[in-house]
Design a binder for this molecule. Sequence first.
Ligand code: AMP
Length: 290
Amino acid sequence: MQQLALRWKRVGVKIGFVPTMGYLHDGHLSLVREARKRLGKKGMIVVSIYVNPTQFAPTEDLSKYPRDLKRDLQMCRAEGVDVVFTPDDAEMYPRWGEAADKPARGDARPTGYSTYVIEEKLGRVMEGAARPVHFRGVTTVVAKLFNLVQPDVAVFGQKDFQQAAVVKRMAGDLNFPVKIVVAPTRREPDGLAMSSRNKYLAGDLRRQARVLWRAMQAAQAAVKQSNSVPAAKLKANLKKLIESEPAARLDYVEFFEPETLAPVAQVTRGAQMALAVFVGKTRLIDNIRL
Ligand code: AMP
């Protein structure tokens, strides 16, 4: 991949990059379309598909993360993607698990690999607090992928708002010569954000999952009505609303300043809201600018 990218670079070809974990949906494809729009016909679009073990904790859903490479490749082809890069663990984390004290896959301590990239501020709250090794895995794999793919433009989804902020900060702090673009969240007709994990939502859970959207709409309405609402009060109301669905349990809901991710005590227009909700065993995240 790196040699191909360097060859392209030598002849002045621009590279657009969309990193994914596969099991693609229209949210991913909208990022491809955004990359194409930015680069024009002559640019090369690379999509990576890699379920990165270092961003999963041992208790998380790494081994059952949905996969369907054949379908993913068809979707990429139909969208005019030039290269689909599908590295495996041995390529990304050499000599993975070779030693006798083999860490569980997802332990984030792969044998034969010991270099990590850590963003120390934006990645501490919300998803970083709920999933302690998560962003270290994300920044590390994204840095590695940037070195392999050498993109001029990389497109991330607003769906993972904090991830986009952390990646942006990392790319700036470490002087990666790449423009990070953040593209809007694609939703199902009923408001549920598209996600590979929606596959887990069997039967009535799919209906109940709509409560994330309902909670965001309720917050919008509250801010519209009162201009300024105490965050604590809004959080309590939203927890009640969310947990009125029998299978839904609020992990967190936060209101914060979108650039710095600093929490706000009073929620006003322009604040960012992010939430994580377990629906059954599936943990869903979403966010919106109020
Ligand atoms: P994932 O495969 O879930 O790691 O996501 C790969 C990229 O697609 C990330 O930049 C996500 O933010 C983005 N993405 C995932 N779901 C959506 C969506 N519904 N709308 C827009 N982008 C998305």
